[in-house]
Design a protein around this ligand. Structure first.
Ligand SMILES: [Zn+2]
Ligand SMILES: [Zn+2]
Ligand SMILES: [Zn+2]
Ligand SMILES: [Zn+2]
Ligand SMILES: [Zn+2]
Length: 472
């Protein structure tokens, strides 16, 4: 029986941040909102009919811990959603309504999951009527038996393609694995660095991708021939073997798949260091921009930079962003360097990993006395052009970066964002050291996105580019 998922609200309150978020499967009606377990018969909250539970007990306990803060807002959105009813609408109509509801929820409640419950709500992917609207007409919404995440109503045929279905099946598997990992280890993310630091640099450029990296660069040679090189499954030879071996390899595949979600950060940085010929600096100063929970959760995985690049003695990271999470921020929002413990092998060589943090915007940090010019600036999935805070916060920061002439690595969740950012950077006269391109070291963990394009799936660090100074 799961216990940690059920307790995640208490665990979060105790200061632990590596806790699984409300899964899409719960919002789409196949998992319990409290324990995240699947159930044949999900009991819906009678008032909002959006939260669902495996049992009366889960419902009662979730009400007092979380749902009482959500239910009224969800009921209000339901009323508006019924007023907005149309017999049929396009995807664009649907997402326009959804965006409006998201803004309304933002005004009504600060509770973090409520927006997600609205964004990821079940709907008919043919006529785009929401589950809530269909329920008010007493029409049923049927779930796809394969992916269990996409729906069509009684009056419409199922319209999602096999490849979309496959992506959503993967999504389900990964969520399930994450919950199991959390139950077993108390951690919702996977960290696995190369055990022994390399004594000479093996270039990532020579690798075709994750499988190659795990087998040739890192120390996971044992997966060779067991997992398919595209990480989509276990290999045929394993499938022909006994079930316990199959399960073992499948678990190992899922763990490494999840680990790409944290390793994507250090590996994307190392490949940029290769591109910029920055492998020899004994003291590497990195400014990590727009750092949020994700970067802090992945911080142990940044040890991989030391393990892949033998020349670096001291890896100094300063995380800068309005939601920078490090403790010990002084009155100016600056938390001075603290040494993150390195592994024994690195410690014995006197290597260090100081981490500092500034809670605020980068162009403000650059004016402060704590600013030291870095060797590289890194902004993962910044949304610096397409995001909500693009005009207000990022514009000034980008101008500063271009003027500072420090090489800066940007990544985006998808190619569209990368193209938009390219236009913006070019308009400011930025010089591209690396034009926007698909990143070999992007995460393999899919993140369904609900407000952009239908069935859109984003990946961390999907695209990358590097700018430095101005075009002459
Ligand atoms: Zn439950
Ligand atoms: Zn409710
Ligand atoms: Zn329909
Ligand atoms: Zn499906
Ligand atoms: Zn180490």
């Amino acid at each position: 029986m799961p216990s940690k998922c059920k307790e995640r609200e208490r665990i979060l309150a105790s200061g632990v941040v590596d806790v699984p978020a409300l899964p899409v499967g719960a919002v789409r009606g196949i998992l319990c909102f409290r324990c995240f377990e699947p159930s044949e018969k999900i009991l819906k909250c009678g008032a909002c009919r959006r939260a669902g539970y495996c049992s009366k007990e889960c419902q009662r306990l979730d009400w007092s811990a979380i749902h009482k803060k959500q239910c009224k807002t969800l009921q209000r959105i339901n009323e508006i959603d019924v007023e907005d009813y149309q017999d049929s609408r396009t995807w664009d109509d649907y997402r326009r309504f959804l965006l409006r509801y998201v803004h309304l929820v933002q005004e009504m409640t600060p509770e973090r999951d409520t927006i997600f419950i609205i964004q990821a709500q079940p709907y008919c992917s043919t006529c785009y009527r929401s589950a809530n609207q269909l329920a008010s007409l007493r029409l049923a919404l049927n779930v796809c038996t394969q992916c269990q995440l996409l729906h069509h109503c009684d009056s419409c045929p199922d319209s999602h393609t096999e490849s979309v279905c496959a992506a959503y099946q993967t999504q389900n598997k990964i969520e399930k694995f994450r919950h199991e990992l959390f139950e077993d280890t108390g951690k919702a993310s996977a960290i696995t660095c190369t055990a022994d630091p390399h004594t000479s640099h093996k270039p990532l450029t020579n690798c075709t991708g994750w499988y190659d990296y795990f087998v040739k660069i890192s120390d996971k040679r044992q997966i060779k021939g067991k997992i398919t090189p595209d990480f989509s499954g276990i290999s045929d030879s394993v499938t022909r073997g006994n079930t316990s071996q199959q399960e073992f390899e499948e678990q190992r595949r899922m763990f490494l798949l999840l680990a790409t979600d944290t390793l994507t950060m250090p590996l994307t940085i190392v490949s940029a260091l290769e591109e910029l010929h920055l492998l020899k600096a004994p003291r590497l100063r990195v400014h990590l921009l727009g750092a949020t929970g994700r970067e802090f959760l992945a911080m142990p995985a940044f040890e991989e930079i030391l393990h892949l690049v033998p020349g670096i003695k001291s890896l100094e990271i300063t995380a800068v962003g309005p939601s920078s999470l490090l403790h010990g921020h002084g009155p100016e929002g600056y938390a001075p360097k603290q040494n993150i413990p390195c592994c024994d092998a690195c410690q014995s060589k006197g290597r260090t990993r100081p981490l500092a943090s500034y809670q605020g915007l980068y162009h403000d940090f650059a004016k402060s006395s704590h600013y030291e010019k870095p060797d590289i600036i890194v902004a993962f999935n910044s949304g610096c052009v397409d995001g909500d805070d693009a005009d207000t916060d990022w514009d000034q920061t980008i101008r500063l970066i271009v003027d500072s002439e420090v090489p800066t690595l940007f990544t985006t969740y998808n190619p569209r964002e990368a193209w938009h950012e390219q236009v913006k950077m070019k308009s400011l006269g930025a010089k591209f050291v690396l034009e926007p391109a698909r990143n070999k070291w992007s995460s393999l963990v899919p993140m369904p996105e609900f407000l952009d394009e239908e069935y859109d799936i984003w990946y961390q660090n999907h695209h990358q580019y590097i700018i430095q100074g101005k075009q002459k």
